[in-house]
Design a protein around this ligand. Structure first.
Ligand code: 2P0
Length: 325
């Protein structure tokens, strides 16, 4: 029997979003993207290959998953078995650490942790680019969670050159991300379906590719120079332009709800009052508000009034993939 290996990976929030695949089998993106890894939300995953098992066994938060629910994990483990010519099935046990049952658990931390634990448990000793490429096969956003801090997923052209690179792993800039829990339920349109629909039906998709190229070119100097206003303006407009791809798809759809719009207004009001802060959001209604640390108390107070203190979670830049003893 091979030894059990445990890995921890944190989730990340994209400032310049990934929204569309060029290749659905290999999960190659239409564009590059750029994210910040967060400290508050992470997944611990233990993998053990065992020749006595007759199927992969997957447990999430102490609950055994059905065969259907664990299909993506099984497919991913098949990739690892192919890489090693191994045939044993695996026991996989995964725990999502999020402050509440908040709908903030993410496929990014899940597949980054699984890539780390499964590859090492199978006897591979992959370097970070190889881990990033492997994580990508589970979920696009997982490509970036191999690294901490600011990370760019370089789109590349094929399986070999589509992986993440660190932009600034140690973030010596007192940034905070205030996450609002506006709706903890599962989304109706998955990211996978949603982005595919945007690629194939939105007339604005070509413009989106140009937006991403411009935003990536402009945000990197802002990160280097700690220019918060430029960083904030880019991440907010990039999020809104991504969401314009959902509104302009056929059939149209949206991840916004009424609270999302109210929270966006409240961010703009705070800015008007002199509190520098900017929002982004992914394939769900929950806003994430970027600020520098001195602005955290005012933002926490305002959103606690609106949505309740338990629905306001403060995160900071977090680390990359780690193996736990
Ligand atoms: C991102 N999102 O850049 C974008 C922004 C959501 C909005 O990556 O199909 O779960 O597994 O590659 O990575 C969420 O999509 O999709 C995502 P798949 P994934 O973070």
């Amino acid at each position: 029997m091979m030894p059990a290996i445990t890995a921890r990976a944190h989730t990340n929030i994209a400032l310049v979003k990934y929204w569309g695949k060029a290749d659905t089998e290999f999960i190659l993106p239409q564009t590059s993207s750029l994210s910040l890894t967060l400290d508050q939300f992470y997944t611990d995953t233990t993998v053990e290959f065992d020749e006595h098992l007759s199927a992969d066994e997957v447990t999430l938060n102490d609950q055994r998953l059905s065969e259907k629910a664990s299909q993506k994990v099984h497919t991913f483990l098949n990739l690892v078995r192919q890489m090693t010519a191994g045939t044993s099935f695996a026991r996989v046990s995964s725990t999502n650490h999020v402050p509440t049952a908040a709908g903030l658990a993410s496929s990014a931390s899940a597949f980054a942790a699984l890539a780390g634990a499964a590859s090492k448990a199978a006897g591979l000793n992959l370097d970070k680019p190889a881990l990033s490429r492997l994580a990508r096969r589970g979920s696009g956003s997982a490509t970036r969670s191999i690294y901490g801090g600011f990370v760019e997923w370089q789109a590349g052209h094929d399986d070999a050159d589509s992986y993440a690179v660190p932009i600034a792993e140690q973030v010596d800039w007192p940034l905070a991300v205030v996450a609002l829990v506006l709706d903890p339920h599962h989304k109706k349109v998955s990211s996978r379906q949603g982005m595919q629909s945007s690629v194939t039906t939105s007339p604005y998709y070509a413009a989106w590719r140009d937006v991403v190229a411009q935003d990536l070119a402009a945000i990197k100097p802002a990160i280097r120079d700690h220019n918060f206003q430029v960083l904030g303006e880019i991440l907010e407009s990039n999020a809104m332009r991504m969401h314009a791809l959902t509104l302009s798809a056929q059939p149209p759809y949206t991840y916004f709800n009424g609270d999302t719009l109210m929270a966006m207004d409240a961010v703009r009001e705070l800015r008007d009052q002199g509190v520098p802060c900017y929002y982004t959001l992914d394939a769900g209604p929950n806003l994430k508000i970027f600020c520098e640390k001195p602005a955290v108390p005012a933002i926490k107070q305002r959103f606690s009034e609106l949505f309740g203190a338990t629905n306001v979670i403060v995160a900071h830049p977090g680390p990359g993939l780690k193996f736990l003893a």
